[in-house]
Design a protein. Structure first.
Lengths: 110, 116
């Protein structure tokens, strides 16, 4: 099966950039997603990248994909306190279920 | 509100009781998914539907679990003879399910189950 790994915790200061990393084992995934989960809430789809892309930028979010190393990252520019949440990377073939990492808790300090 | 909705948001039950959760997907979304999320973990896939057909079930979905989507709109997830290990957040997601990014899954707020 697929393994998706993320570091557990990241702390940054408000205004700095945050980089959340994800590594995976299955290279057959066609779509790679980032979701955000705030306490007690469901998951909010932030962005995705198609497997034939290396980078995607969406406002303050930049997704980088290194297929050779099976490494996905999410960069949040100008991190705000409202960005404090748990961030999940998820891999999908698109038509079926997603496989999620265990999440990275981002803490933004004022 | 055009998002995915789930009911109830919280459920506390005693071990051995049956519980049923409901999910209403985004209108016109053909695919509906159920996931389970335990504390400190990412969601784990349980099952999904294309319209009213249940196309896949994970090995996590034991015989005590059953899901239906009778008219291809809302779905129910029933757990019979609940056990303490069933305590988790049950998440529902839906997608348009035609091609490409339309497979993007949008999640509801979840139903938190506590089995005492």
């Amino acid at each position: 099966g697929e393994d998706v790994e993320q570091s557990l915790f990241l702390s940054v200061r408000e205004g700095d950039s945050s980089v959340i990393n994800c590594t995976y084992t299955d290279s057959s995934s066609t779509y790679l997603y980032w979701y955000k989960q705030e306490p007690g809430a469901g998951l909010q789809l932030l962005t995705y990248i198609f497997s034939n892309m290396d980078m995607k930028q969406d406002q303050r979010l930049t997704v980088l994909l290194n297929k050779k190393d099976k490494h996905l990252s999410l960069r949040i520019a100008d991190t705000q306190t409202g960005d404090s949440a748990i961030y999940f990377c998820a891999l999908g073939p698109g038509r079926r279920a997603l496989t999620f990492g265990s999440g990275t808790r981002l803490q933004v300090q004022p | 509100d055009t998002g995915v909705s789930q009911d109830p948001r919280h459920k506390i039950t005693k071990r051995g009781q049956n519980v049923t959760f409901r999910c209403d997907p985004i209108s016109e979304h053909n695919r509906l998914y159920w996931y389970r999320q335990t504390l400190g973990q990412g969601p784990e896939f349980l099952t999904y539907f294309q319209n009213e057909a249940q196309l896949e079930k994970s090995r996590l979905l034991s015989d005590r679990f059953s899901a239906e989507r009778p008219k291809g709109s809302f779905s129910t997830l029933e757990i019979q003879r609940t056990e303490q290990g069933d305590s988790a957040m049950y998440l529902c997601a839906s997608s348009l399910g035609q091609q490409g990014p339309s497979y993007d899954q949008y999640f509801g707020p979840g139903t938190r189950l506590t089995v005492t």
